[in-house]
Design a protein around this ligand. Sequence first.
Ligand code: SAH
Ligand code: SF4
Length: 376
Amino acid sequence: MAMLGVYKKVDIRWGYQIMKKNILNFTLAEFKTELEKNGVKPFRAQQIFKWIYAHSLDTIASQSLGMIMDFKNMTNLSEKLQNELARSYTINLPKIKHVAHSKADNSYKFLLESKNKDLIESILMIYENRITVCVSCMIGCPLKCKFCATGSEIGFIRKLTCAEIIGQVIVVQQFLKEKKLGDKVTNVVYMGMGEPFLNVENVEKSIEVLRDDYSFGMAKSKITVSTSGVPQNIAAFINKQQVVLAVSLHFPTNELRDKYMPVNKSFPLEKLIIELKKIKLTKRQYITIEYMMLDGINDTVAHAKQLVKLLSTLKVKINLIPYNPIKGFDAKPSKEENIKTFAEYLKSKNIFVFVRLSKGTEFEGGCGQFAFKKLK
Ligand code: SAH
Ligand code: SF4
């Protein structure tokens, strides 16, 4: 078998050093091709994926996760192949740096550290009927929505790799098991830091890994990608991946949206609606509309009427999210009675509405409020 991996000359005194590739950056199809190029039968890729993903779901102690991520313990591979793999590849996971528990809604916020010491945030949300991980796809975000701590306080640092996105799910799954909080992560939402449609390649790869039967085997209906609406191929992506799309709409007019979400200037509502209309939904599928309630800004019945008109040609469910106040944005969360009146109006127009009145991360939309200092 040819030596796997890529050689890079790093220093003439030390000769050639091998640059190991992180297997978590490969989809199964890519890893099969990679192994085949090196004379290894493609079914080995399935075996390795099973070790990394399926077996790690069964582990209890962190030590055993470390063991599973060691090629030496992949007992159905020959010793020769184990050694070849170890020479050319790594299975590199982010490390847990800090965890904060919110008793109010039984959620856990994680601060994870990547290989190069960058900080990544994720949330674990434990409900009665599902266990959801909210993953980040970037560190920071370039879109600078005024109400969002990620965009307004952190700015944009970098996109995450597929391995760093998938790594969040593995590490949180491991935490879940280790702390005996539950059995298996059932849902993944791309609602952490960053805009998924500005990191399409890695988001798409990570979705393929989540869905693969040899890894998490997650149903497409259990995966949600949230976007603020960017001029990318949103419809083509959703039609291909068939995951749930959530749109952070928040405002029913261009005038308001322009003011609080700068992305609206390059991708105004009429263009966004045209794009959303291209999405092919099955009978059971809906587009989720996220609407954050800001006192006196977007929460009157007049706004609800504008919203109904705007969405009249789409099949939607609307989530009314409480605004979680951040520093530097001069707005208040809507009053409970205004949220109820708003919801009643939408219901009277036969629109599915979900309301979460509590603050914090009880609702998934809460994970958009990431900023590192909030973890302390
Ligand atoms: N960039 C993507 C995904 C991450 S944000 C997007 O914007 O959709 C996840 C959700 O949290 C979005 O709906 C976002 O608008 C919302 N959010 C951001 N800041 C918030 C805040 N302070 N209070 C409540 N929701 C907020
Ligand atoms: Fe970025 Fe989403 Fe925050 Fe806007 S709401 S700044 S798109 S993470």
